[in-house]
Design a binder for this molecule. Structure first.
Ligand SMILES: Cc1cc2nc3c(=O)[nH]c(=O)nc-3n(C[C@H](O)[C@H](O)[C@H](O)COP(=O)(O)OP(=O)(O)OC[C@H]3O[C@@H](n4cnc5c(N)ncnc54)[C@H](O)[C@@H]3O)c2cc1C
Ligand code: FES
Length: 251
């Protein structure tokens, strides 16, 4: 059920350059959120942005929503400039969710940039110590200090400036020489999602991806977020997704 709630900012930490961990108290919305869902935030009116902006949920804790937001434009700049006790309008929960994975199955959670958000949430709920979570960025300046990450999380950078060297798909491919998950979940730029699609097909690993297409209405009404499907036709990321079986979507 979609609820509109006035959220109160509990904390806002810049964890890396332009990358914020934001906590917003919205008890009614958090009561129904599951991994894969997203919320829409209305930037403060002073920003001049009048359309809501979608963000995946990175976790919930005691009525508080956890978000990982990169400041890339007017809307995200206004949101990441919020201070403790400021208020913001939140709409949620939105979108579908990852499946419920059996507790004893091993997941690999492969995230690029802010695509890590929904995977952090999934990681906290699945809570299997055998799971591995990989968070990739171009360089160390894009990623937080390893000390703030949950256990089981590895960083990877294209330039090798921190964590494992290589993009997320290259690192996962190296891991596959000695290990194999039961399932993969992934979110990030299109190149990462394409690479995960190929990897999953090659190694016969069931995989799910979260698509973070541009959105306009965010409510299923305009088809602005449509993605082509392998079976023909289109799906709306905001209403039919954002989570799809990897092989379902044409990237
Ligand atoms: C389902 C979903 C979940 C998302 N989750 C997160 C999240 O957890 N954290 C996060 O930081 N962002 C997330 N995003 C992306 C976020 O919504 C956009 O970054 C935000 O709307 C940009 O608003 P803006 O006003 O700051 O930028 P704008 O001024 O609208 O755009 C600034 C620049 O960013 C580009 N841009 C805008 N949106 C996107 C996008 N979706 N993908 C790629 N480029 C884009 C524009 O082309 C432009 O060049 C998500 C998007 C979707 C659809
Ligand atoms: S953004 Fe309008 S249908 Fe998805």
């Amino acid at each position: 059920m979609k609820i509109q709630e006035k959220g109160v900012v509990v904390s806002n930490i810049e964890a890396a350059r332009n990358l914020h961990f934001l906590e917003v108290r919205v008890p009614e919305i958090t009561a129904q959120i599951v991994p894969g869902n997203f919320v829409s935030l209305l930037p403060p009116a002073s920003s001049g942005v009048f359309l809501r902006r979608p963000f995946s949920v990175a976790g919930v804790h005691d009525g508080t929503l956890q978000l990982v937001i990169r400041d890339i434009g007017k809307g995200t700049h206004a949101i990441t400039s919020l201070k403790k006790d400021d208020t913001i309008e939140v709409l949620g929960s939105l979108g579908n969710s990852y499946p419920t994975f059996e507790p004893d199955k091993k997941l690999w959670l492969l995230g690029g940039g802010t695509g890590i958000a929904s995977l952090l949430f999934l990681h906290s709920i699945h809570n299997n110590p055998k799971d591995r979570i990989l968070w990739g960025g171009k360089c160390s300046c894009e990623l937080p200090e390893p000390t703030v990450l949950p256990s089981g999380c590895t960083l990877a950078t294209d330039d090798g400036s921190c964590g494992e060297c290589g993009n997320v798909v290259e690192v996962a491919r190296r891991w596959l020489k000695t290990d194999k998950p039961d399932y993969i979940a992934a979110c990030g730029p299109k190149g990462l999602l394409k690479g995960v699609q190929q990897l999953a097909a090659e190694y016969s690993i069931p995989a799910w991806i979260s698509c973070e297409e541009f959105m306009a209405c965010g409510m299923g009404a305009c088809a602005g977020c449509a993605v082509p499907l392998a079976a023909g036709g289109y799906a709306r990321v905001c209403a039919d997704g954002p989570i799809f079986k990897a092989e379902e979507v044409l990237l």
